[in-house]
Ligand binder design. Structure first.
Ligand code: URA
Length: 433
């Protein structure tokens, strides 16, 4: 097969066959086609689009470009959950133990923070001893023993996506819905779960800034799942402001544990319960009302918290940090940032808040940066709240005072004040099944 001929077809808006898409994915995985030709193809796909059939074929081809997780050693129905990325998004730490305590096996591969968005592995690694890299055998053992395990994606999974994602990042071709859908879903399919709930974030802190974009992406990903026989549902959730009150790593684990203890912020609990009950429903655990009740009971009975404790212990972590979250070391600097003016908080740009957290040390600016697990932000006010001048807006947590000036500027730059309260925004914008 000639790559130039495939490239010509996409340039001229002709549909690509399954074999041609497989050729492209294999070439990305094994380096047999140079990056400039792969990039030209990505731009042609970006400009001319891919049909649903082409998107599904590309996804399968990418999923088959490397290893696929063999979960046949795990008994029972396997579930997975994926978020398109947000700020303060610690829902995996709640959804996975809730689902596991209801009998779903959660064999989950997660990522690290990316740009202004946090990553589940970085959060879990704030627990002393926690191991995110396990052998395949140990991964399966932990899932069978405890019902859940969260690890980093194995190196050989979806090599085509690794190449294509890096090229998209530097060729202005990231924001293509078929390319995002195939990138995310290829990794989910290679991850091997039977049922997958997707949290498609929408708003200032998300990849998809508008509801229309988020819904289109959600539909594209659910459609791929349907075509390949996996049970997939997408919940579109508001990311116009951070989720919950804590943004960082250790502070997010503490907040997730608070929800598992029946406390914590209402928005976080509501999003996590919606995702968990949607996953239970996909896994055939009952009708929607029964699944909602089951998810709530997993928290009220303490079973979900115990599931998280068991997982942390099985992955080498000190589970006392889950039982007694006050054990997490406090940041050296705890700076109370006060409001420069009186009024309602009309908007809170979540991407900029995430950026302020990165400046405080909670995320990476370069690949080599080390995360400070204690760094982050505790929000005292959120969109819609009224604040007096001089009243606390947030506590900024970091290792050194030298980090404060830039982070304060970024945080305050994220806020917009108004004399009138903003119209309330829904937390859940829709579900695609
Ligand atoms: N996350 C991914 O894994 N891929 C994308 O293209 C976007 C978000």
């Amino acid at each position: 097969m000639e790559f130039l001929e495939i490239l010509r077809k996409k340039r001229d808006k002709e549909p690509l066959t399954r074999e041609e898409l497989q050729f492209f994915a294999n070439a990305a995985a094994d380096g047999s086609v140079p990056d400039y030709q792969l990039s030209a193809m990505l731009m042609a796909m970006y400009l001319n689009g891919l049909s649903d059939r082409e998107t599904a074929d590309l996804t399968l081809a990418m999923a088959a470009s490397g290893d696929t997780a063999d979960l046949s050693g795990i008994d029972g129905i396997k579930g997975d959950k994926h978020s398109t990325g947000g700020v303060g998004d610690k829902t995996t730490l709640i959804v996975a133990p809730v689902a596991a305590s209801c009998g779903v096996k959660m064999a989950k591969m997660s990522g690290r923070g990316l740009g202004h968005t946090g990553g589940t592995l970085d959060k879990l690694e704030s627990i002393p001893g926690f191991q995110a890299e396990l052998s395949r055998e140990r991964f399966l053992e932990v899932v069978n023993e405890t019902g859940l395990c969260v690890v980093g994606a194995a190196g050989g999974l979806c090599p085509a996506d690794k190449t294509l994602y890096a090229l998209r990042d530097v060729t202005e071709t990231v924001s293509s819905i078929p390319l995002i859908a195939s990138s995310i879903m290829s990794k989910k399919l290679a991850g091997g779960a039977d049922c997958i709930v997707l949290d498609v974030k929408c708003g200032s802190g998300a990849f998809m800034k508008t509801e229309t974009e988020a819904k289109t992406l959600a539909r594209a990903m659910v459609e791929i799942g349907k075509r390949v026989g996996r049970r997939v549902a997408a919940v579109i959730t508001n990311m116009d402001l951070p989720l919950g009150s804590a943004v960082g790593n250790a502070v997010e684990v503490q907040e997730a544990v608070a929800v598992l203890n029946g406390k914590g912020p209402d928005d976080l609990r509501a999003v996590a319960l919606t995702l968990a009950s949607t996953l239970l429903y996909l896994c055939g655990k009952g009708d929607k009302a029964a699944c909602e009740a089951m998810a709530q009971d997993a928290i009220a009975s303490g079973k979900a918290l115990q599931a998280l404790e068991r997982m942390v212990e099985a992955q080498g972590g000190d589970s006392r940090y889950i039982r007694e979250p006050d054990r997490f070391p406090q940041a050296n600097v705890r700076y109370v940032l006060t409001s420069p003016q009186r009024g309602y908080i009309a908007a809170m740009n979540a991407e900029q808040i995430g950026h302020a957290c990165v400046l405080l040390g909670a995320g990476r600016r370069t690949k080599a940066d080390k995360i400070d697990p204690s760094a982050g932000v505790l929000l005292a006010k959120k969109t819609g709240d009224f604040v007096e001048a001089g009243e606390p807006l947030a506590t900024l947590l970091c290792a050194s005072e030298s980090l404060l000036p830039e982070a304060k500027r970024a945080f305050l730059g994220a806020l917009r004040f108004s004399d009138v309260p903003p119209a309330p925004e829904p937390l859940i914008l829709g579900t695609v099944e």
